[in-house]
Design a protein around this ligand. Sequence first.
Ligand SMILES: CC(C)(COP(=O)(O)OP(=O)(O)OC[C@H]1O[C@@H](n2cnc3c(N)ncnc32)[C@H](O)[C@@H]1OP(=O)(O)O)[C@@H](O)C(=O)NCCC(=O)NCCSC(=O)C[C@@](O)(CC(=O)O)C(=O)O
Ligand SMILES: [Mg+2]
Length: 292
Amino acid sequence: MSKLRRSMLFVPGSNAAMLSNSFIYRPDALMFDLEDSVAVTEKDTARLLVFHALQLPMYREIETVVRVNPLNSAYGKLDVEAMVRAGVDVIRLPKTDSAEDILEMERHILEVERSCGRKEGSTRMMAAIESAMGVINAPEIAKASPRLIGIALGAEDYVRDLRTERSPEGIELMFARCSILQAARAAGIAAFDTVYSNANNEEGFIHEAEHIKQLGFDGKSLINPRQIDLLHNVFAPTRKEVGNARLIIEAAENAAQQGLGVVSLNGKMVDAPIIERARWVLQRAEASGIRQ
Ligand SMILES: CC(C)(COP(=O)(O)OP(=O)(O)OC[C@H]1O[C@@H](n2cnc3c(N)ncnc32)[C@H](O)[C@@H]1OP(=O)(O)O)[C@@H](O)C(=O)NCCC(=O)NCCSC(=O)C[C@@](O)(CC(=O)O)C(=O)O
Ligand SMILES: [Mg+2]
């Protein structure tokens, strides 16, 4: 079963208090940020703080992602050098506009891996798409490197680029979400949704989480620990879904014994894709529990 990456909690890299205890919230991944949540005057301090946080034993037990600054900024290369040396699991490249951005990042990561003796290819990558150009190039971006675990939408920057703003229904994000999802699936990698920026609006958050789960996303970036359980609950299958999946597997096993590829379960067709989905529901229930 592929690794669970439902929740990825952004932690501002310049906030020493948050860095020291963010593991207690147990998201699927922690995403230390060196980019937009860090003031220009704090960039060097944040890099040092995150470097040290990555040495802490508690961060060895959880997947760590660091969002670095773009390589064409004054900080990007220094960020990558420090984070690869620190042993981060995944580097998140923000504002990815083209496959060339990925290739450039890959070249730089490889150089650092070689110079510090880290296994070549062991640093994984994630690309955040945050512009119209990035959305148009999503299929090439998603296929650009075997290091990529997934691509993600960065909606706050994206709506700025489109010259609009986010609405509760998210109609302005529909094209980008579908494009990113299609590109990710065609490349065989994960698709991650963007942050919901109001930590106090639980209802709005759940509405958005249900929407992106229905579209097919694997998970979502988060800004606040209170959003973690809400998201995990949305992603957990319901008791009814689990019960139904068990019946489908049972029916499929009986059908296989009789040499049949398709059978009926209470009038509903059960064939290969339906069986595969049922297995996926059971795996998900085992990994994430059943919806509360
Ligand atoms: C939103 C808010 C200010 C609310 O503050 P509040 O004070 O109301 O929070 P409370 O709930 O009261 O905190 C209760 C306890 O949790 C602790 N706690 C809170 N948040 C924590 C956390 N994140 N990590 C660890 N610990 C945390 C806190 O320290 C306290 O601990 P304690 O005192 O011990 O009880 C706060 O959460 C926060 O700063 N979030 C991170 C924001 C951030 O990273 N932005 C950048 C990424 S987005 C972006 O760049 C756009 C994007 O690029 C995105 C894309 O690409 O998708 C695009 O373009 O769209
Ligand atoms: Mg952004």
